[in-house]
Design a protein around this ligand. Structure first.
Ligand code: M6R
Length: 600
């Protein structure tokens, strides 16, 4: 949510920062701005998207910071766009996160300072201005200013006549990129990935000063060393590779993403999995409940994981929308494993649930896509889903990789707890190995799915139904369609239709039924009849054509065992994509949304 980029040490700073903002637009895209500093400060802002922002030019610029915004405080206007400046127009600050005490600070500062925007951020440049008036360095000024702030933030500040950029992190992610000739900052590595793959992740409480020749990091007033890591993906992986949208590219990357997810984790000889995670066997045997905390698509992956874990690993599982989570005081924290599923590793609601669980004494495990993200630092253990960078706001390949990773975890737990027979293990592992190929077969039939999407694109609403693992797929497929097409779409447990939602069903509302293996499809067929008799067109997704003899449109998919619903999900990702594309929607940047939601 909101993107930050910065650069020191280049004589092409304006262009580099502008390019970084283009890379980061998926984090927020309702306004943007850039500040360059040398002897003077040059500022450019827009109330629109980054391509409406002209990169500023400045002959003496040695440092630059930029920001693309997803508004929280104040509308997306040019005045509210970052960078924000002080009264002198010499200090510029960009910020992600929320300053909780900004109201009190604004009231206090308003006696001496003129505020222009409605943002919480604007208190920061004024606080820095106050400190600079004491003739201290920019580093000390930012250090002192942050001592006044409550809340979460990633900040980058620069000032005319001061060397470099000062950055500070409290909860919101921020990292440094080490290029050969220049140094970069970013709210994630896509900000500067075409310049370097060497990165340092800042920790909460860190303040760093970046100049052309040096990076120094402090925490609690002491200088600290932070390791430099190498990214395992590059600029090409983060680009569109000729696809019209990132979402489409990411849908097509799923066979590869799935292969990466399972690569090296299945031991064929021992018929076992190796998740490279240090969860002691005795602990896993003693776990009484797994509590899954997640939001949005990751929550749907959690519902899928619950079906697998309860059925095959013999453990009670509760799945919680992270923003609603409270640790149940009746549970024994020592026997409760809290699993946070989050592709970004930065979702504030999920992190807050994780902290609540850790505070109650439960062991925490993260399932994430993002190396170095906050969740990896805060959870006791982490399993990476290895899907590769996902730029489109609509999660696609991370969902399938989350489910595949949860399947590996199910096999591991089921074996350790002695609940999974060797036959079931073999079935699961086969399903995992077959999954990339089955997904590829679906991708190869994209033109058929596109034609069906064109047929149904003008419908009044879309309803998705499924049972067992088909239910989370129904929810996820509905979410995909609504977020990118802006059409009304809802997922239901198939049996629930007749308890209310059936009233919504008309000949103008297609019902999409998940009729795959492992989803009690023979029962869902009865619900298909219910909607057909109300005149609704039906779309069936199945590997068993006999189940769909009467339906209007059939998407036939390859049989793929317990993971067949994931293959159905891929069909419905493409369906959602083509409905939205038919309507000319902004697919990679749907209105009002952002990729990474770092506020509660
Ligand atoms: O990064 P996370 O997995 O924690 O994100 C959670 C949700 O915001 C996210 O899954 C969201 O629902 C999807 N981008 C929607 O496609």
């Amino acid at each position: 949510m909101c993107g930050i980029v910065g650069c020191v040490g280049s004589d092409d700073t304006g262009r580099i920062v502008h390019q970084g903002l283009e890379n980061l637009e998926y984090r927020g895209y309702d306004s943007a701005g850039i500040a360059l500093t040398g002897e003077t400060l040059t500022l450019a802002k827009t109330a629109g998207q980054v391509d409406e922002l002209t990169a500023p030019r400045s002959a003496d610029a040695t440092a630059g910071i930029g920001h693309t915004r997803w508004s929280t405080h104040g509308e997306p206007t040019e005045t509210n766009a970052h960078p924000h400046t002080d009264c002198t127009g010499e200090v510029a600050v960009v910020h992600n996160g929320i300053i909780e005490n900004y109201d009190a600070l604004k009231t206090e500062l308003s006696e001496q300072h003129v505020f222009r925007s409605e943002t919480d951020t604007e208190v920061i440049p004024h606080l820095v201005e106050e400190q600079l008036a004491d003739d201290v360095s920019l580093l000390s000024a930012v250090q002192r200013a942050t001592q006044r702030l409550d809340g979460s933030y990633a900040i980058a500040a620069t000032a005319a006549g001061h060397d470099g950029i000062v950055v500070a992190r409290e909860d919101s992610p921020l990292l440094i990129g080490h290029g050969d000739d220049a140094t970069f900052i970013g709210s994630d590595a896509t900000a500067f990935v075409e310049h370097t793959d060497r990165v340092t992740y800042l920790e909460s409480g860190d303040i760093a000063h970046l100049t052309a020749d040096d990076v120094t990091i402090y925490n609690g007033g002491e200088s600290v060393d932070r390791p430099t890591d190498t990214l395992d993906w590059d600029a090409e992986a983060a680009g569109k590779s000729g696809y019209e949208h990132y979402m489409l590219k990411e849908i097509h990357e799923q066979p590869r993403a799935l292969r990466q997810t399972i690569s090296g984790r299945i031991d064929d000889l021992a018929i076992d999995v190796d998740l490279d995670v240090d969860l002691p066997t005795e602990y896993l045997q003693s776990v009484e409940e797994v509590q899954i905390v997640a939001c949005g698509t990751s929550y749907h992956a959690g519902l899928y994981a619950k079906e697998l874990l309860e059925t095959y690993a013999g453990v009670r599982v509760t799945v919680h929308i992270a923003s609603e989570y409270e640790f149940n005081g009746e549970r024994d924290p020592w026997r409760t494993l809290v699993l946070a599923i989050t592709q970004s590793g930065e979702t504030a609601d999920t992190l807050s649930a994780l902290r609540e669980a850790a505070g109650a004494g439960a062991r925490t495990l993260a399932l994430t896509n993002t190396l170095g993200s906050t969740v990896t630092r805060e959870a006791d253990d982490t399993i990476f889903i290895r899907a590769g960078p996902e730029i489109g706001v609509a999660a696609t390949k991370t969902f399938v990789s989350q489910v595949a990773t949860a399947t590996l975890l199910t096999v591991h737990l089921g074996q350790v707890r002695g609940t999974l027979s060797s036959q079931a293990t073999t079935e699961f592992l086969e399903s995992l190995r077959d999954l990339p190929g089955a997904v590829q077969q679906v991708l190869d039939r994209e033109p058929t799915i596109e034609r069906a999407a064109e047929t149904y694109a003008d419908s009044e609403a879309f309803f998705y139904i499924g049972r067992r693992t088909g239910y989370p797929v129904a929810l996820e497929s509905a979410l995909k369609l609504k977020e990118i097409s802006y059409d009304h779409a809802e997922g239901f447990a198939a049996g629930e239709l007749k308890h209310g939602p059936l009233a919504l069903v008309t000949p103008e509302t297609p019902v999409i039924a998940i009729l795959t293996d492992g989803t009690a499809a023979e029962k869902t067929v009865h619900n298909v009849k219910e909607v057909e008799s109300r005149g609704a067109p039906v779309v069936g997704v199945t590997s068993e054509p006999t189940l769909t003899t009467d339906v209007d449109t059939v998407f036939e998919i390859p049989a793929c065992g317990p993971l067949e619903p994931v293959v159905a999900n891929v069909v419905l990702q493409l369906f959602a994509y083509h409905v939205a594309n038919e309507k000319g929607r902004s697919i990679d940047k749907p209105r009002n949304l952002a990729k990474s939601v770092t506020v509660e």
